[in-house]
Design a protein around this ligand. Structure first.
Ligand code: HEC
Ligand code: HEC
Length: 276
């Protein structure tokens, strides 16, 4: 009986959601009624600082947890109506929340974002060459998966261009330990993994290093550098070492030139969840 009721509820919820999607699609594409108005732009900037800047950065060029909104490239649609819907309803399954801004406030924010877009320089770099570095000399694909190709020691990067801003990406390559990947939504994982580096020393003195998959007070599950999964009870281990640095090596300018870095960044920017 309970199960049946649950099923009916879920069914009703689906109907409501479907109706909502339909009604959003039925509306004629709307244009921002406040576009270009200086008062609206100023108001939008203030709302953004208060509500959005913690993730997207004060200047909307991308922050620790969210992408640049001024590049003119939109993963979820760049029309006024699409940006409006993204802001009000969020992006389910990612850190981007739904917002309860009024329609006017939402248009004000969009007016401000558009005023920045015009001034923004495009990502300079050769994405094709960046891809060659990623799968070749840079060795990035030994640890990172992109559209099903590559390793698993680091996060899947198939959507990293949608999820992260350029400064964050630049720092992730030059100084990986500055921030450890957090809150990235990976195509094949329900929960965000932290990729904590770990070395486990067994009672007989064997050392295994890699990243944590799962850990609690009594057990540790890890992936070693050869991508073998190990599950230990902590009582079977002499020591568990978890350094605060990233497992990813820092690609300093002597290893990766500024020019190659820009090419890599141009490539990462194209990764938005859909194979080109
Ligand atoms: C808790 C962090 C967080 C907050 C707060 C937040 N966002 Fe986001 N936002 C994100 C993330 C993460 C994404 C990328 C979603 C993805 O992976 O596709 C995003 C994506 C977006 C997009 C889609 C970009 C595209 O390329 O299509 C827009 C537009 C946007 N945010 C606007 C806003 C606005 C406006 C606010 C404030 C009202 C806001 N966000 C607040 C995290 C946040
Ligand atoms: C030895 C394995 C290894 C190699 C090689 C490696 N990475 Fe990583 N990478 C990781 C791990 C582990 C993380 C997660 C911990 C962290 O944030 O540093 C990571 C994180 C990242 C992130 C941050 C993802 C996010 O959303 O927070 C980016 C971007 C990235 N790597 C790009 C690259 C690029 C580009 C290369 C090649 C130039 C590369 N990586 C080479 C292991 C590696």
């Amino acid at each position: 009986m309970m199960a049946a009721r649950g099923a009916v509820c879920r069914w009703l919820l689906c109907l409501c959601l479907a109706a909502r999607v339909l009604s959003a699609q039925d509306k004629p594409a709307e244009k921002n009624p406040l576009a270009g108005q200086p008062a609206a732009i100023a108001e939008g900037r203030a709302i953004f600082r208060f509500t959005c800047s913690a993730c997207h950065g004060v200047d909307a060029r991308g922050g620790l947890r969210a992408p640049n909104l001024t590049s003119g490239v939109w993963t979820h649609g760049g029309s006024d109506q699409s940006v409006f819907n993204t802001i009000q309803h969020g992006v389910p399954g990612t850190l981007m929340p739904a917002n309860d801004l009024t329609d006017t406030e939402t248009w004000q924010v969009i007016a401000w974002l558009r005023s920045l877009e015009a001034k923004n320089e495009a990502v300079a770099g050769d994405a094709q060459h960046g891809r060659a570095i990623f799968f070749g000399d840079g060795n990035c694909s030994s640890c990172h998966m992109v559209f099903g190709k590559g390793g698993r020691l680091g996060p899947d990067l198939s959507r990293v261009g949608a999820a992260r801003g350029s400064q964050y990406l630049r720092d992730s390559i030059r100084e990986p330990s500055k921030y450890i990947a957090e809150g990235i939504t990976e195509p094949n994982k329900d929960l965000a993994q932290r990729y904590q580096q770990v070395t486990a020393i067994t009672l007989d003195g064997q050392r295994l290093s890699g990243v944590v998959l799962n850990e609690d007070t009594f057990s540790l599950q890890m992936l070693d550098r050869q991508e073998n999964v190990h599950a230990f009870l902590k009582s079977e281990l002499r020591q568990v070492i978890e350094p605060s640095q990233s497992l990813m090596p820092a690609y300093t300018p002597d290893v990766l030139s500024d020019r190659d870095l820009n090419d890599l960044l141009a490539y990462l920017h194209t990764l938005r969840g859909q194979q080109p």
